[in-house]
Design a protein around this ligand. Sequence first.
Ligand SMILES: [Zn+2]
Length: 342
Amino acid sequence: MNTEKGFNTALKIHIDEKNKLEHVTRLNMKIPFPLENKKVLVTAWETTITSQVGRVLVDFIESDFNNIDDFKNIFIGYAMFTLVSEEDKKKLVNSKGLYYSEIIDIVKKYHNKLKNEFISIQKQIIDILDYCIFDDSKKYFEGTTSLQKFVFLNTLSDTKNKYPFLENNHAEQYLVNAIKTHNKQIQTEEELEDIISSHETVYYIRDTYISDSFFFLLYLELYHLLKETMILKKCKNCDRYFITDRIAKIYCDNIAPSDFSKTCQQIGPTKKYEERIGLDSAITLYRKIYKKKERLAAKKGESYIQEYENFKQYGKGMKEAYQTRKITKDQFVKWLKDEDCE
Ligand SMILES: [Zn+2]
């Protein structure tokens, strides 16, 4: 285990299958507010991040690692202490702390260094997920679970070359914590009896993986998604990956790309209905106003002709902007209503 002046830089991961939660413990960074001229301290206290099982993997495969902000979120959030050199580790746990700009310099350096590896691993994970979860074209796989497909995939001879990600991540240690109490170290059988018979004491057994590899965290989450501890889905509206514990759910709860005020779950069912009957309420409104302006131009002439021509010309661009998602449905409808008020 890597330790630096007593700082343990490994990740500790506990998967709580019953509650579908994962607890990832890592070194804590004390970030001051406001940031200007103050230093960020890495403290010896560890911090635990709790989320749904699979959360980090979904964030990882949905990230654009050419973008430094996406890289930064994953890197600082989980990966940093397991991926930097010994020298940089020393810098980070320096008791005097680092300015935020110095941390950003470290992020930039590793963005250059790791970007391609992250992108490669991202592709490998997406391929594996496709093979095991989303590809239903292979008839001989009918009735097999995702995890069984994963086991089959691992037996194929070219898997090692295709997916090096599966080869090089391991937990260094696997601990089964014995009975642990809030406030007491148990030494004798009498103390044990005392503690177990006491109603105030909480004790539990907890498995913890300890790993110096951020990629092990991804591997463990991959395993649990294939095992369906949480269910991985692809949103039918935005095509992004999301996790859920409801097998029937088909839309995600992220902000919808076509309408920033709603989630895919809020607009997906309506949109699907409109698509099914060949109807989009915004396009219908566009056609209605178009026809109305055309009629007025023919009947009243003059300024109405100009208005109709303007709408024909400008409206086409707005309609295209809406259909290619450059503007939201709300923006398009608002524009249409403003045009309609004369
Ligand atoms: Zn979505």
